[in-house]
Design a protein. Structure first.
Length: 193
């Protein structure tokens, strides 16, 4: 069951403004009924501002009234209050300062392990520029002697799903080269007339 945003502040408001039982408030807020009773007695959460769950969309007045009439029923979180999965935005990715020094190592690994990836795909994966990729490739990067190829997923610069998707996109465009047939090899080895 989903919990309210600020459980104790929500419990304070419910204790002060409703006639719900301690069990009902405790179950909704994820608190023990004795803790709710301590809030009602003024022993816990003294001077805490109550948070109105109706105003922030976590409960409806109808739900509170339903549970006040029947002490055996339990409060249910409003459908609008259930968190929507976070959608990943498109745009530049932020890399913490501590991870920025790892980018050349990830580039070296990608260039060595997946030469089929384009510079654009690599720059999207790791979050770097094409100039940096070229500098790592031709060893003109300022820190070239200290670059050690390391997996970008292990460094936290991209996810395995992103890496797999980029590799499959790169391989989709290329047709697999078929090995030469025995007849082609025999024709190449034959002396010219």
């Amino acid at each position: 069951m989903a919990m309210p945003l600020m459980p104790k502040a929500t419990a304070v408001w419910l204790v002060e403004n409703t006639s719900l039982t301690f069990d009902q408030i405790g179950e909704f807020c994820g608190l023990h009924p004795l803790e709710v009773q301590a809030i009602a007695d003024g022993e816990v959460a003294v001077q805490m501002q109550g948070l109105d769950p109706v105003a922030n969309g976590q409960l409806t007045l109808e739900e509170i009234e339903r549970c006040q009439k029947d002490p055996a029923s339990r409060l249910k979180m409003a459908a609008e209050a259930v968190k929507v999965p976070m959608v990943k935005h498109r745009g530049p990715r932020y890399t913490p300062i501590a991870r920025r020094a790892d980018k050349p190592d990830a580039l070296a690994w990608l260039l060595k392990s997946h030469p089929e990836l384009s510079d654009g795909q690599i720059s999207k994966l790791v979050g770097t520029t094409k100039l940096t990729i070229q500098a790592v490739r031709d060893r003109s990067h300022w820190n070239s002697p200290n670059i050690k190829p390391r997996h970008p997923v292990a460094l936290g610069l991209c996810t395995m799903a992103e890496l797999d998707a980029a590799v499959s996109r790169a391989n989709r465009g290329k047709k697999t080269a078929e090995p030469p047939s025995a007849e082609d090899v025999a024709a190449e080895d034959a002396p010219a007339p």
